[in-house]
Design a protein around this ligand. Structure first.
Ligand code: NDP
Length: 341
């Protein structure tokens, strides 16, 4: 395993990490989750990602129980959660129930949401805590103060954002610096072959200027980049799950079909390199040095093994190969875009 610094912090995270969205609670029980986490751990993964909203808290409960069963040393682990949507399951039907203060980045929800997450995870602290989305109704100053409070209490060690604009991250950072508070260390953005602009362009100034680290999500675009959707939606795959039908545009409509066509054209490149399409897509993310860690998702152990072997593909991605991939993707970020929040 390779370990990378999380931005300019002193924390080292495994270049490949493991997350629980969709899977823990909806597709996996504790033993299945532990089997996947163990496969990752045995390969050197030290970072496990979670969020209060995943399976309405069930994902944190499962990860907490799995960590207890595994008995790994706390010092060797980097565990995260993300705060924003703090709802609870609706006992009378589908979806979540939210009290008026259960959502967002108010000081109240950050404090209460963090305490509840720690209880579910059975941990005294998380290493990383993220503001899961920007909250336009709460002043950024309130959120920065609240995150500073959580860190000062030792309930989390580093804080960051997820899917914030560069301008919002910058505002939070500048305010924290001015007030001598702890600034954000990392951002959790989507990044994969089909979704690049934010990480490669919008955030570009932040890597040097504020030392931003990135823990990137959906490296396989929910599985599209494995090639498994090239000939239709396979039974049992993520896109067949009742609660995730909103992901279908990834493979449907003109845009979806264009994406699938790119994946089909990338397959021969993977074949030539002697790897799977999933490994090629993950290795491509690892080539980007501004990526601190690639958070893998997997619904079974075999996928964990396959995806972690992407580390061996990275040295095969020469400039020539990367240029061929670039031609097929045809989506190199264009600098003339004007980034606003
Ligand atoms: P991916 O894009 O890698 O998708 C993972 C899914 O693809 C798996 O659950 C599985 O689904 C399928 N898959 C993975 N590997 C293979 C393989 N080798 N062959 C075939 N199918 C495969 O990642 P995720 O979207 O799961 O995101 C990873 C993590 O990032 C999450 O767990 C979470 O921690 C984080 N995240 C953060 C977000 C944020 O807003 N901050 C948003 C989303 C994710 P299946 O087998 O069911 O088809």
């Amino acid at each position: 395993m390779e370990y990378r610094f999380l931005g300019r912090s002193g924390l080292r995270v495994s270049a490949l990490s493991f997350g629980s969205w969709v899977t823990f609670g909806d597709q996996m029980d504790v033993d299945e989750a532990l089997a996947c986490m163990t496969a990752a751990w045995d390969a050197g993964v030290n970072f496990f990602d979670n969020a209060e909203v995943y399976a309405a808290g069930q994902s944190e409960i499962i990860m907490g129980q799995a960590l207890k069963k595994a008995g790994w040393r706390r010092e060797d682990l980097v565990v995260s959660t993300k705060i924003f949507w703090g709802g609870r399951p609706n006992p009378d039907g589908d979806g979540y129930l939210y009290g008026v203060n259960d959502k967002g980045l108010s000081r109240k929800h950050i404090v209460e949401g963090t305490d509840a997450a720690l209880k579910r995870l059975q941990l005294d602290y998380v290493d990383l805590i993220f503001c899961h989305r920007p909250d336009v109704d709460t002043p950024i100053e309130e959120t920065v103060w609240a995150m500073n409070h959580i860190l000062q209490q030792g309930k989390a060690l580093y804080w960051g954002t997820s899917e914030w604009s560069a301008a919002q991250i910058r505002r939070a950072y500048d305010f924290a610096r001015r007030e001598h508070l702890i600034p954000p260390t990392m951002e959790q953005p989507q990044y994969n072959m089909l979704h690049r602009d934010r990480v490669e362009l919008e955030y570009a100034p932040l890597y040097d200027e504020i030392g931003l680290g990135t823990t990137i999500w959906s490296p396989l675009a929910s599985g599209i980049l494995t090639g498994k959707y090239n000939d239709g939606i396979p039974e049992g795959s993520r896109l067949t799950l009742p609660n995730y039908q909103w992901l279908r545009p990834l493979v449907e409509g003109d845009e979806g079909r264009a994406k699938l066509e790119k994946v089909r054209r990338l397959q021969p490149v993977a074949d030539e390199l002697g790897c799977t399409m999933a490994q090629l897509a993950i290795a491509w993310c690892l080539v980007n040095e501004d990526v601190s860690t690639v958070i893998l998702g997997a619904s079974r152990v075999q996928q964990v093994h396959e995806n972690i072997a992407a580390l061996e593909v990275v040295p095969k991605l020469t400039m020539d190969v990367l240029e061929r991939i670039e031609e097929i993707l045809d989506n190199r970020p264009q600098p003339e875009k004007n980034w606003r929040d």
